[in-house]
Design a protein around this ligand. Structure first.
Ligand SMILES: N[C@@H](CCC[C@H](N)C(=O)O)C(=O)O
Length: 276
């Protein structure tokens, strides 16, 4: 049997996109980590499957490099919407997409006839520790000093449908592999966590690196950039609109009427088929 796929990336956060409406897709962790492997597979930060939804236009399921399933993917959902439009699964330019974290509304961005990106209503950020989830002795974790490994960090925990913890650093040049794993496996995060390390450049420009649960360091994380903007806003480091620069590029993030909006590119790298 063959599996048709499209490799796509949103500022370097790359996934293998597969149409699960017109073909059967193996969604076991073993298969996902095998095809995502950069030496023995197609290569990517994981796999994203396009499915029919009973309530909205489409349903997105996303899987990390280790095969674990994520609730939401910010860079992924922009590419997901482009995939649906480019593959003629829809001619809508605004798509309602069902994710494990609920509805996300994606407005495609065009250059001429070509879809080059999207603006996404990422819904309301969540600070409630129980919902994120974070085991902590207060309702919210905002700029709280917590020891991770042998160092104390000031942490702000935010859910964008998936769990994030944001911390501020003087320099982005550090051993993310060691520190990222300490956060990812810390007992205060019962469902693990995505960790964002942020350098504040000014009140409308933030730079970050991310360590994603299930995938390790990636070039970018869309939900992470939203969590960073919101954490920085409530900590008084930025205004309602900010550019967030990640290793793979920039996203524009805006807080409007309690919702976070993310705008960024979506790019097709190549298409193919593999024997499964
Ligand atoms: N890269 C993504 C987030 C992917 C999911 C995450 N690793 C999780 O398991 O929560 C993004 O762009 O948001």
């Amino acid at each position: 049997m063959e599996l048709h796929f499209t490799k796509m990336e949103g500022i370097g956060n790359d996934y293998i996109y597969v149409d699960g409406i017109n073909q059967d897709v193996n969604m076991t962790p073993e298969f996902i980590s095998r095809i995502s492997d950069r030496h023995f597979g197609i290569g990517g930060d994981g796999m994203i499957v396009i499915l029919k939804s009973d309530i909205y236009d489409f349903k997105m399921r996303m899987f990390n490099l280790d095969g674990s399933e994520g609730m939401m993917c910010g860079n992924g959902i922009r590419c997901f919407a482009k995939f649906c439009y480019d593959h003629h699964l829809t001619d809508k330019k605004v798509l309602n997409i069902e994710t494990k974290a609920g509805l996300r509304i994606v407005e495609l961005v065009f250059e001429g006839d070509e879809v080059v990106g999207a603006k996404v209503d990422m819904q309301e950020p969540i600070l409630d520790c129980k919902e994120i989830p974070v085991i902590f002795n207060q309702e919210k974790m905002i700029n709280e000093k917590v020891k991770v490994g042998d160092k104390e960090y000031s942490l702000t925990a935010v859910s964008m449908g998936n769990p994030h913890v944001v911390t501020y650093v003087d320099s982005l040049d550090f051993d993310i592999e060691t520190i990222g794993k300490q956060f990812e496996h810390h007992e205060m995060f019962p469902k693990s966590v995505n960790t964002e390390f942020v350098e504040v450049i000014n009140d409308h420009y933030l730079k970050m690196r991310v360590w994603e649960r299930g995938s390790g360091e990636t070039m970018a994380c869309g939900t992470g950039a939203c969590a960073v903007m919101y954490a920085s806003y409530i900590n008084g480091y930025c205004k309602e609109k900010a550019t967030v620069e990640l290793l793979g590029g920039k996203l524009e993030i805006e807080l409007k009427e309690g919702h976070i909006f993310m705008t960024g590119p979506a790019t097709t790298v190549f298409e193919g088929k593999i024997k499964v």
